[in-house]
Design a protein around this ligand. Structure first.
Ligand SMILES: Cc1cc2nc3c(=O)[nH]c(=O)nc-3n(C[C@H](O)[C@H](O)[C@H](O)COP(=O)(O)O)c2cc1C
Length: 234
């Protein structure tokens, strides 16, 4: 009976947070949001690493039948293997930072997600171990976009929500900032940098709820300090 994630405990001490910054603009808007979130997570005591995804993952998914080596391993020669197997699997939380591109997520982040397939599909000798380490993480999402239109971001939110559901990850928060020129998201009066930082601080405290008719729950949503507040959508 799904209730909430009050009992969530990270595997590592301190908890590990991997931030995947997926815009090629190093000083761009989604990167600024990602850095704020990373700062907040560090303030809360997490061990944080921020990766500039376009520099590490240069290739998209191919036909696995053509590029698996004789032992079944993916032979695409870029930084994906180390990033995914050493850093992403070891993390307690994955943070995705993306600009809105054509009402979807960046191609670089899409490549990161697509390439997981090489390591979890039947042809991969490590698939079972990979899957057991992949499940049970927290996730957060930050998005920057030029348009302020709320629905423009919904495809990204939906894709990441479903991806997290599939992976047994809990998407604990989303922050959206509006801006177009590099770093302009700092001028957004809704203060997305402040919210991103706060999301980072509370990454492992946020209680997410997903009730069913018969779920046990308190009538009041906003309890005392012993009951952390629910999800974070800004
Ligand atoms: C290829 C491309 C497609 C884009 N598509 C959209 C879009 O559909 N809607 C939108 O609001 N902004 C769109 N933008 C603008 C970016 O989302 C916006 O400038 C964002 O803040 C860039 O983030 P970054 O600095 O992290 O790259 C697009 C930009 C590029 C380069």
């Amino acid at each position: 009976m799904p209730t909430d994630t009050d009992a969530y405990r990270p595997r590592n001490d301190p908890p590990r947070v991997l931030v995947l910054s997926s815009s090629p603009r190093r000083n761009g808007n989604s990167r600024v949001l990602a850095e704020s979130l990373a700062e907040g997570a560090g303030e809360a005591g997490s061990a944080v690493e921020l990766v500039h995804l376009p520099e590490v993952v240069s290739e998209g998914l191919r036909d696995c039948r053509e590029c698996r080596g004789p032992n079944g391993e993916c032979t695409i020669d870029d930084g994906y293997r180390d990033l995914f197997l050493d850093k992403a699997l070891a993390a307690d939380a994955l943070v995705y930072a993306t600009p809105l591109w054509w009402y979807g997520l960046s191609g670089h982040l899409k490549n990161f997600l697509d390439r997981m397939f090489c390591y979890i599909s039947e042809g991969c000798p490590e698939a079972e171990r990979v899957m057991s380490q992949l499940v049970g993480k927290r996730a957060a999402l930050v998005i920057s976009a030029e348009e302020s239109n709320f629905s423009a971001r919904l495809a990204v939110v939906h894709q990441m929500q479903e991806t997290c559901r599939y992976l047994h990850h809990t998407l604990v928060g989303i922050v959206v900032g509006t801006g177009n020129t590099r770093g302009e998201v700092r001028d957004d009066p809704t203060e997305p940098l402040v919210w991103a930082r706060e999301l980072g601080q509370r990454l492992f405290l946020i209680r997410t709820t997903d009730y069913q008719l018969d779920s046990d729950r308190a009538a009041a949503v906003w309890g005392g300090p012993e009951r952390p507040p629910p999800g974070h959508w800004r």
